[in-house]
Design a binder for this molecule. Structure first.
Ligand SMILES: Nc1ncnc2c1ncn2[C@@H]1O[C@H](COP(=O)(O)OP(=O)(O)OP(=O)(O)O)[C@@H](O)[C@H]1O
Ligand SMILES: [Mg+2]
Length: 251
């Protein structure tokens, strides 16, 4: 009999620190396709959580469900952010209470400059980071503030997408594959800014194919497999557990 090792023993465990973001028994569907199959995890204030798993494990779907994008559709479960229930909110409402999703495709708005992309995010109060602070974080964006956003390089567009999330007053940054397609030197640059953002107190969930880099950055990790949580623990535990990595991350 092939018995898979059980790495999920830590999942759902009560922790001493109160959770900042809690996902409880979340089930989500694309039409009749049952994708997110009852997942639970907590994120503590100020930490970076690496949400990992193989292709198709449900990472993007989980981020989109938390951000209330409507697709996938959540039919059961609760999501709480800083004592506020999100599970009945629209994406607009979830954004207004502090969820900042940086989607994989970056969504830079065509026809607008770098600065206009950022200003558009600042239309509705409460406003987050000022332009000055964002340009301090990403000097390349400051240098290119008058350039049309969609003409930036891939790495610069990723920076703009992160900056745009911070331009609103967010409590949690949700990053879907921020390093995808970028040269290692640009990944280094973005990683440094993510560390700086954490030092300012931000709570972050990072989804990354580059699991080792995400784990080196993260405090904790949740690993998904076919829409379920199969591991919930420290990033260090994953880095040190070769069986876990080969079983669920293929590294
Ligand atoms: N819009 C959709 N309609 C139907 N099924 C979808 C849709 N988007 C994703 N899926 C399916 O949901 C499952 C989870 O996909 P998801 O994109 O969440 O995985 P992922 O972990 O982000 O994968 P990857 O590492 O490839 O980005 C996959 O089987 C995928 O085919
Ligand atoms: Mg994905």
């Amino acid at each position: 009999m092939n018995v898979k090792p059980d790495f999920s023993k830590n999942a759902n465990q009560a922790t001493t620190a109160p959770a900042f973001l809690s996902v409880w028994d979340m089930h989500a569907y694309y039409g009749e396709s049952y994708i997110v199959q009852g997942i639970n995890f907590n994120v503590h204030e100020g930490e970076i959580l690496a949400l990992l798993g193989r292709n198709g494990a449900g990472k993007t779907s989980t981020l989109r469900a938390i951000a209330r994008t409507g697709s996938p559709e959540t039919r059961q479960g609760e999501i709480w952010l800083d004592h506020q229930p999100l599970h009945n909110m629209s994406s607009h409402e979830a954004a207004s209470v502090g969820l900042g999703l940086v989607p994989e495709d970056r969504r830079i708005i065509p026809g607008l400059t770098v600065e206009e992309n950022l200003q558009l995010a600042q239309i509705a109060p409460p406003i987050g980071w000022s332009l000055e602070r964002l340009y301090d974080l990403f000097p390349r964006l400051g240098e290119r503030r008058k350039q049309e956003g969609v003409t930036l390089s891939g790495g610069e567009q990723q920076m703009l997408s992160i900056a745009r999330a911070l331009a609103r007053d967010i409590k949690v940054l949700l990053l879907d594959e921020p390093y995808e397609g970028l040269a290692p030197v640009i990944v280094d640059e973005i990683e440094k800014t993510l560390i700086h953002i954490k030092e300012q107190g931000m709570t972050t969930i990072i989804v990354e194919q580059n699991a080792v880099r995400a784990l080196e950055l993260a405090d904790r990790s949740v690993i998904l497999d076919t829409g379920s949580v199969v591991f919930d623990g420290t990033a260090k535990e994953v880095l040190e557990n070769a069986d876990l990595r080969s079983e669920y991350l293929a590294i």
